[in-house]
Design a protein around this ligand. Structure first.
Ligand code: CUA
Length: 321
């Protein structure tokens, strides 16, 4: 019997395993549980056995004093060390899979938390506010990336069936990705205490078969202005193009062509990947990171653009390839 079958998906030991990675998380968790149990039995059982076996039965009996034993001490230090390092490495591998989205992300959704609701914005322009009990619709069998932020306090996006959890933090973006194996409904909890209605901050993820999702996504798209469209309008209104070209040519600032996802080098010698967080910072506080070879000429837009404006601009920049 393998570790998996010892804890089948339908058991009440764990929530259902709705993603591939859920199995890996549960396997590590089961290993921790069983190895802790074995350690407990060896330690407490050994101690109890020694208490009984070496009990002093009369006042005349001489005690045997053992000051130390190098070999025994080495073993009880070295063996746990090897096991601990193994657990650390195992956890690190799974953590990286959970944190780093794969290249083939099929759907990106901006999810914004606030007291006490979630708003989801799709690339097709569709927007939902969770109080209407609208589910967060995603495709099954394909990877979805959620870009999280918050309007007020820290919230946290937790999907037990997917074994993913990520804080939603005001003023910055965080991300979480998942790939549900099968269509179905999965509950999302807010798992950071955020005020009186924290416990009611629930939504449902509805995973549709990929073709149904595609049909829904395209049907909704008709006529709707997408975040990228709105970003394009704003890009023109704010005259961004007077310093940033769209075709790769050099004007005052770096070109927007192929910017998203590229590696940036800064005047202070550091570098970063141009992700959502970097773009947000560069739009709002342009002087935070100056790209090598360019002057710090851009005005600061903090206070002039709403969170939604920034999101729209980023979505537009993503389309400039
Ligand atoms: Cu939002 Cu707890």
């Amino acid at each position: 019997m393998s570790w998996f079958t010892a804890f089948p998906a339908t058991s009440s030991f764990m929530p259902i395993q709705a993603t591939e990675i859920a199995k890996e998380v549960d396997l590590l968790y089961a290993f921790l549980l069983v190895s802790s149990l074995v350690s407990f039995v060896i330690l407490v059982g050994g101690m109890t056995w020694f208490l009984i076996k070496f009990k002093r039965t009369s006042v005349d009996q001489k005690s045997a004093y053992i000051t130390h034993n190098n070999f025994a001490e080495f073993l009880w230090s070295f063996i746990p060390l090897v096991i601990m390092v193994g657990i650390f490495y195992w956890g690190m591998v799974i953590f990286e899979k959970l944190r780093v989205p794969p290249e083939n992300i099929s759907t990106e959704i901006h999810v914004t938390a606030e007291q006490w609701a979630w708003t989801y914005r799709y690339a097709n322009g569709k927007e939902f506010y969770s109080s209407a009990n609208d589910p967060l619709i995603v495709p099954a069998g394909k990877a979805t990336k959620i870009i999280l932020t918050s309007k007020d306090v820290i919230h946290s996006f937790f999907v037990p069936a997917f074994r993913v959890k990520q804080d939603a933090i005001p003023g910055k973006y965080t991300q979480v990705w998942f790939e549900p194996k099968e269509p179905g409904n999965f509950i999302v909890f807010c798992t950071e205490y955020c005020g009186t209605k924290h416990s009611g901050m629930l939504i449902t993820i509805k995973a549709l078969p990929a073709d149904e999702f595609a049909a829904w996504f395209h049907a909704e798209k008709k006529g709707a202005e997408t975040p990228a469209d709105k970003g394009k309008t704003l890009f023109a209104q704010k005259a961004c193009a007077s310093c940033h070209s769209l075709d790769g040519s050099r004007v005052v600032g770096p070109s927007m062509k192929g910017l998203f996802g590229s590696s940036r080098k800064f005047t202070d010698g550091s570098g970063a990947k141009a992700d959502e967080t970097y773009l947000r910072e560069s739009i709002l506080v342009s002087t935070a990171k100056i790209v090598e070879g360019y002057p710090p000429a851009m005005p600061v837009f903090q206070g002039q653009l709403s969170d939604e404006d920034v999101e729209n601009l980023i979505e537009y920049i993503k389309t400039i390839k």
